[in-house]
Design a protein. Structure first.
Length: 311
């Protein structure tokens, strides 16, 4: 494993298999009454979040706590960042306090990479601008492998606002790496011009893509990142690209419906579709804790500790 996890480019196929296999042990820990192992006792993990988050921040916090690490949650609001402190000075402060790992979410692409220049601890990218969100991709791979048992030639479509989606980039890169057959679909205005270079196919017609899928992965329309009007109206988007009940009927039996969250029910996915048994969003969240435990454990060298031991 690389020293830091900044993008899917930092992990090989062998690393991915090791991360997912290790996560399987930790998934079992999450089913115990006492969901804790002593693997990272004495280590300090800092969650440094400059952007809003529900799933990723709580998931990393739980992951670190279940490994018995000390956890510091640090957000831009309520800290000296609000008084103008720079990322560098914040990083040096955390370094001086002995952070072994820093989990960073930032609105600027490349901020996690910049952080690695200033700190000795490991850096994990929890989402940087429209660049990457590698831990989301790894938890999605875990969920797909657990449900469908393979990646090779699996037909996956990532549908929606791909242009502004760090999840789409990380997930497409990861799926291509493990041998899946990936299609990016959505309105032409929301498909990045360089998408074909990712090793994926591109489609602007969701109805043509759906009948061929093993996994239908939906993305939120990220209106907060859009600087112009990319489609006429939300209603029009939902009509042409949203996963409605009628469109679910076009999916092959056994196909999974996935979404990284947060969902906009009624836009990219109908509310009742989000609650179908084949929609595995809650599993994605649960698996995310195990995958992040695995990453912290492997990256912080918890190898000397017993994965299976109770605290
Ligand atoms: N999937 C995801 O990154 O969700 P949050 O923004 O809530 O962390």
């Amino acid at each position: 494993m690389n020293r830091h996890l900044l993008s899917i480019g930092d992990v090989t196929v062998e690393d991915i298999v090791r991360i997912l296999d290790t996560a399987e042990s930790f998934r079992e820990v999450g089913t115990r009454v006492i969901k804790k192992v002593p693997a990272l006792r004495g280590r300090t993990v800092v969650n440094l979040f400059y952007e809003n988050s529900t799933r990723t921040r709580i998931s990393f916090e739980l992951a670190a706590k279940r490994l018995s690490a000390d956890v510091i949650n640090f957000s831009a609001t309520g800290s000296s960042i609000a008084k103008g402190e720079s990322l560098k000075d914040t990083a040096l402060t955390l370094q001086a306090m002995g952070a072994d790992a820093i989990v960073i979410r930032h609105s600027s692409a490349g901020a996690p990479y910049t952080l690695t220049k200033w700190v000795k601890g490991r850096v994990l990218n929890a989402g940087d601008g429209t660049h990457e969100h590698p831990t989301q991709a790894l938890l999605d791979l875990y969920t797909i492998r657990e449900r469908l048992g393979r990646f090779e030639s699996l037909r996956v479509a990532i549908i929606g606002d791909v242009l502004h989606s760090r999840v789409a980039r990380s997930l497409a890169f990861a799926l291509v790496k493990v041998g899946a057959d990936v299609t990016i679909a959505g309105p032409p205005t929301l498909i990045p011009p360089d998408a074909p270079a990712w090793g994926v196919q591109v489609s602007y017609d969701v109805d043509e893509v759906l009948p061929k899928l093993d996994v239908c992965y939906l993305l939120r329309v990220q209106r907060e990142r859009q600087r112009q009007q990319y489609f006429p109206s939300v209603r029009e988007y939902a009509r042409l690209f949203g996963l409605t009940r009628d469109r679910v009927e076009m999916l092959p039996e056994g196909a999974l419906i996935m979404h990284p969250g947060p969902m906009n029910r009624g836009v990219e996915i109908d509310s009742d579709v989000a609650d179908l048994p084949q929609a595995v969003m809650e599993e994605q969240v649960t698996n995310g804790i195990a995958v992040r435990m695995s990453l912290l454990y492997l990256m912080l060298g918890g190898m000397g500790s017993e994965v299976g031991g109770d605290d």
